[in-house]
Design a protein around this ligand. Sequence first.
Ligand code: ADP
Length: 467
Amino acid sequence: MRSIKSKLFLYYSLTITIVLILISLLSNYFFEKNKENTTYELLNATNTQIYEFIKTSSKEKIRDIDKYIDLKNQFLIIFSEKKIIFTNQSRYKTQDFLDEIDFYENDRDFDKEKSHRKKHIEDKYEKFYEDGFIEIDDFIFAVDLVEKADREYEVYIGVDEKLLEESIEGIYNSILGIAIFIYIVLLISGYILIDRTIKPLRYILKELKLIQEDEDLSKRLNSLDTKDEFEELVNSFNKMRDNIESSVENIKQFSSDASHELKTPLTVIQGEIELVKNKKLNSDEINILINKIDKEQKKLQEIITNFLLLSRLDKESIHSSKCMLDSVSFEVIEQNLENIEKKSLELRLGIEEDVEVNFSKKYLYIVLNNLVSNAIKYTEEGYLHIRVYKQNTQTIFSIEDSGIGLNKEDKEKIFERFYRVDKARTDFKDGIGLGLCIVKKICTKFNSNIEVNSQENKGSTFKIKFA
Ligand code: ADP
């Protein structure tokens, strides 16, 4: 497997290599272009200097012209009346040049009118002409005629292209050298930067491997302070571990609670059966035992039904549809009417008509039935007040009772699984502590909100605010 570091470094070095190659190619192109311009600019500049110098200097001074004008890389020959006044090249080279341009040949027109002389020179060197300059061998010459009162000077100023090329190539090479140096510096600094950037990743991987080998779910990655995605990754991982840990804790708690809750009625049933087996009982006693067993088996059934409902709620995606809250409320009241009458509780109703909610009828029934049966179960005397109404845009179901109520601490916990308020207060009631947990889960599924208001020994009000 290739490491991220080597991949990143490969991409990075490829990119800078391509960029540097492009820069070199471009600079080479511009240097080539520039070379010509530089030649002509140099010639023109020196030519102007020479022109000015000859105009203002004596013949003797002109002989020392190289002392006053920089002629580096340039070839200067000055003639006056067919004699060489000045040359900065060797005799041999100068002669070579003169032969090349047939300086002394075909010169019948040389004594023509002065005004025609420049034209004459241009005509004479026509075959060498290129853009106003004369090209001979490796030299490019500008030819000029400087006229003074006493005499005139024929000036040939040339640039050795090879020399110029060499000096330009020198610059080009040093730029290339600098580019290579920068390239190496970029490679090294890039490598160091990439290494530093992914260092937290290496740390995370190392720690993850250690955590993986260990089964302890409480282990977390040490948080990073990089203020980037790595820090986010560590935080997300730790959050995920938190969730997994609490889920596993929940499952453990659930299975221990579940087995405990299942075991209790089973133990009671087993005890009663032992009693029947070992004792001679009369029919009344047997009846009492059978009733006890029946009660416990009903409890078992209720626990199992609620377990199944809880697991279905966890898995299933439930679709909502329009349900009539008022009519479901009446169905639930009717179902519980017998128990209300048994306890002689006053039933107060405030149910608005045709109140629609987005829910599922089946689950709405379960929710309301739990709340109503709890209110009956935990109220010995007084009243139940059931309301269905609209407040602003919200639809509300509320049930108020004058029962045993809840203290602050219990109020926070009653929606937890298997939570039952202090046994001493509620032991006389049947119940397994799953009802409100189911109610809360269903409400959350349908984006509705359940809240409770209660005062110990005064009563409680449960309120559902529908989405
Ligand atoms: P249970 O099967 O015990 O009724 P629930 O989940 O329905 O389980 O309720 C959890 C606990 O909340 C109950 O044990 C009870 O102590 C308390 N509780 C629920 N409804 C009321 C109420 N109307 N008045 C007082 N206490 C209540």
